[in-house]
Write a protein that binds this ligand. Structure first.
Ligand SMILES: [Zn+2]
Length: 186
């Protein structure tokens, strides 16, 4: 196979396809709820699609805000859903996701989408979310997408992420919300 140009091309294609599949399968981890699933239009068989430069990496100009988005997307943050994943019960067993409670309200999981769109246990958080929703109304001229933050939060999050105007606004929101959930010694 490696004795002809066509053969070498086929090997390169096979390596690229395998690499794309490996990366795509890695994204399907339950640890990455914002990246898993079919929310984003990714073709798992092509490396160009799987490893494409994401729009927010260009549209979000403030490094700290871009970094906050990356941390949230890659589950490298201070929310309990991730921090308790790194802990174990005394007997060594895993702490289930539904027992990684929110520090501000009775919710059983302090998840990414809970912190952004659901939690009402902290007044400053509710206020900050209200400001964010006002920006959404300003950009789109209606309440429709504000309502979708509750009814369809994951898809709406990705819609904002890929939107030229909303990407930076979402990034600042994520930055501010993560600051309200500092790392705790659990
Ligand atoms: Zn909460």
């Amino acid at each position: 196979m490696l004795r002809s140009v066509d053969g070498i091309k086929k090997v390169i294609e096979a390596v690229e396809t395998s690499c794309a599949r490996y990366l795509y399968d890695g994204l399907q981890s339950s640890r990455l709820p914002l990246l898993a699933g079919d929310v984003r239009p990714i073709d798992p068989s092509t490396i160009e699609s799987v490893s494409a430069l994401r729009k927010y990496l260009v549209s979000v100009k403030v490094p700290a805000h871009r970094n906050a988005l990356s941390l949230l997307l890659n589950a490298d943050h201070s929310l309990a859903v991730e921090q308790y994943r790194r802990k174990r019960y005394r007997d060594g067993s895993i702490i289930p996701a539904n027992n990684r409670p929110c520090r501000y309200c009775p919710a059983s999981t302090e998840s990414e989408l809970h912190a952004l769109f659901e939690c009402s246990g902290l007044e400053s958080l509710v206020q900050r979310r209200g400001d964010f929703y006002q920006r959404v109304v300003d950009v789109f001229g209606s309440e429709r997408l504000v309502e979708r933050c509750s009814s369809d939060p994951l898809i709406t999050f990705h819609y904002f992420l890929d939107h030229d105007d909303m990407g930076p606004i979402l990034a600042k929101f994520v930055y501010d919300i993560l600051a309200m959930f500092p790392l705790q010694l659990v």
